[in-house]
Design a protein around this ligand. Structure first.
Ligand code: COA
Length: 258
């Protein structure tokens, strides 16, 4: 059913693995379309509470957009492609947490995809960069906006205007990734975090994600008002009753997503 990705479910965690290792998992149009389809599938599956996004192989997470598709492409074509496959927004607007599990080169559109996820965990061999400038273009998948918000204008400017790559340790130092772990431990570490989140109320996860996202799209007054609304909305859930009851009864809550 999928040719460019592998969709897999382990318990409450869905995995989307870009599977073009010979092309360092570069994102061509069919791959983007399949990612959107897989996200749609995982979004509708109530058993899945957290998604892990990664690439196959030991060399690359995603080495960017598939450059071979750029040759001869017109501005209007490129605009339609980007608008038709709003893949980056699909991650950031996905109603469940998405963790980028970064197993190697994380460049261009790959870095932008990671930036669109909620949390980034990298292996120690990972390399990051926005090398578009070397092709005579700039990031078009949110890089200039999301990277700047995450690491600040100075570092974003340097990465985007030089096209230089940085290693995982530097990515951690500037706040681009949350954790760096040995390659052999990457999946186990990431899955442990995903499983921890998957035990929480899916409603609270969704509201928490939405409210944190609001911090970069609203002014502080609107964001604080919206937070009160989303916080209050959690009070309409059975999960809130269960969470509070479980605390008072000194037991572990069983959240159902209701
Ligand atoms: N688009 C299309 N193909 C890509 C690609 C991309 N973004 N990145 C790598 N590939 C392909 C290579 O063309 C090569 O294919 P081939 O074996 O058919 O020739 C294969 O993946 C392996 O890559 P290669 O360049 O041989 O590996 P390397 O270890 O020498 O270099 C990189 C690794 C990541 C430094 C290098 O591949 C690179 O610079 N990629 C482009 C990164 C980029 O500019 N991304 C932003 C795009 S907007």
């Amino acid at each position: 059913m999928y040719e460019n990705i592998i969709l897999e479910i382990q318990g409450r965690v869905g995995f989307i693995r870009v599977n073009r290792p010979k092309k360092l998992n570069a994102l061509n149009i069919p791959t983007r379309e399949e990612i959107l389809k897989a996200l749609d599938e995982l979004g509708k599956n109530n058993d899945v509470r957290v998604v892990i996004f990664t690439g196959t192989g030991e060399k690359a997470f995603i080495a960017g957009a598939d450059i071979s598709e750029f040759e001869g492409r017109t501005a209007l074509d490129q605009r339609s492609v980007m608008r038709a496959t709003r893949m980056f927004d699909a991650f950031s607007e996905f109603p469940k947490p998405v963790i980028a599990m970064i197993n190697g080169f994380c460049l261009g559109g790959g870095c932008e995809a990671a930036l669109s996820c909620d949390i980034r965990i990298a292996s120690d061999n990972a390399k990051f960069g926005q090398p578009e400038i070397n092709l005579g273009i700039i990031p078009g998948g949110g890089g200039t906006q999301r990277l700047t918000r995450l690491v600040g204008e100075g570092k974003a400017m340097e990465l985007i205007l030089t096209g230089d790559m940085i290693d995982a340790a530097e990515a951690k130092a500037i706040g681009l990734v949350n954790h760096v772990v040995a390659f052999a431990e990457l999946e186990q570490f990431t899955l442990a975090m995903a499983n921890k989140m998957a035990e929480k109320s899916p409603i609270a996860l969704q509201m928490g994600k939405e409210s944190v996202k609001n911090a970069s799209r609203m002014n502080i007054r609107e964001g604080l008002d919206q937070e009160i609304d989303l916080f209050a909305l959690c009070f309409s859930s059975a999960d809130k009753e269960e969470g509070v009851k479980a605390f008072l009864e000194k037991r572990k809550p069983e959240f159902t997503g209701k």
